[in-house]
Design a protein around this ligand. Structure first.
Ligand SMILES: NC(=O)c1ccc[n+]([C@@H]2O[C@H](COP(=O)([O-])OP(=O)(O)OC[C@H]3O[C@@H](n4cnc5c(N)ncnc54)[C@H](OP(=O)(O)O)[C@@H]3O)[C@@H](O)[C@H]2O)c1
Length: 144
């Protein structure tokens, strides 16, 4: 039985936009702590490439550490979807349900729009785009 309540071993996470930038690094970090991670982006070949790359990194890490944690399981999963659309979010939810059942531990809702401007310098449209990015947490909540 696991006694360390702060471990991520066997914890399951979704990282939206996990193929580049911050999402990729967050995924890498979660995996290095023993978590199982499902990443998504809109580009299927990027998703496939990242799943393979991160899986290889996990294999290397566990053979270096000589641990058996989660070795038998797939630790990295991928889903190609556009989370800015209702269909894309539904597809992600279906993938999460198939991969983890009801057992999702964390959602890193990383996809978003960033305008590198001070709020007072944004146009009305830019402000709306930044502030109206739809949250997807509720759709996971409805699945449970
Ligand atoms: N980098 C910064 O300095 C900074 C600063 C403040 C806040 N942020 C915030 O941090 C987050 C990540 O930033 P980043 O710089 O790491 O971005 P990034 O390098 O552009 O990566 C974005 C990731 O999200 C995916 N993505 C974008 N739109 C998507 C969609 N509709 N559906 C599914 N996947 C989508 C991209 O893949 P595809 O394009 O292939 O789909 C990619 O994997 C954003 O929310 C950003 O606003 C970043």
């Amino acid at each position: 039985m696991e006694t360390n309540q702060f471990t991520l071993q066997r914890k399951t996470f979704v990282v939206t936009g996990g193929t580049r930038g911050l999402g990729l690094e967050i995924s890498r970090s979660l995996l290095s702590q023993g978590a199982t991670v499902l990443i998504c982006s809109r580009n299927s070949s990027d998703v496939a490439h990242c799943v393979e790359m991160l899986s290889d990194e996990c294999d290397l890490q566990s053979s270096n550490k000589k641990t058996s944690a989660n070795n038998d399981d797939e630790r990295v999963l991928g889903c190609c979807c556009d989370v800015s659309t209702s269909e894309g979010r539904q597809a992600l939810c279906v993938n999460v349900e198939e991969a983890f059942g009801g057992g999702l531990d964390g959602l890193i809702n990383n996809v978003g729009f960033n305008s590198p401007m001070k709020i007072g310098q944004q146009t009305e449209l830019e402000y709306r785009e930044v502030s109206s990015e739809e949250p997807i947490g509720l759709e996971f909540w409805r699945l449970r």
